[in-house]
Design a protein. Structure first.
Length: 69
């Protein structure tokens, strides 16, 4: 689950969510997009050039590093 502080108005929360995911995955923002649920609390994202296993591994690594800080 991702929580952001930006308001949902005008897509600010979506942009913040995508930026956070891109940073955690070590990718440019342009490589991550909302595939479904742009106006919903539950979203499906698409990540360019990575398979599901690599996405999961990178997110787990980012979560572990975040807990150490």
């Amino acid at each position: 689950m991702i929580s952001v502080h930006a308001p949902a108005a005008e897509g600010a929360a979506n942009r913040e969510c995508l930026a956070l995911l891109a940073k955690a995955l070590g990718l440019p923002k342009s490589a991550v997009r909302i595939a479904r649920g742009a106006k919903s609390r539950v979203k499906q994202v698409a990540v360019a050039n990575l398979d599901c296993e690599e996405v999961a591994a990178r997110l787990e690594r980012a979560a572990r590093e975040g807990q150490r800080q």
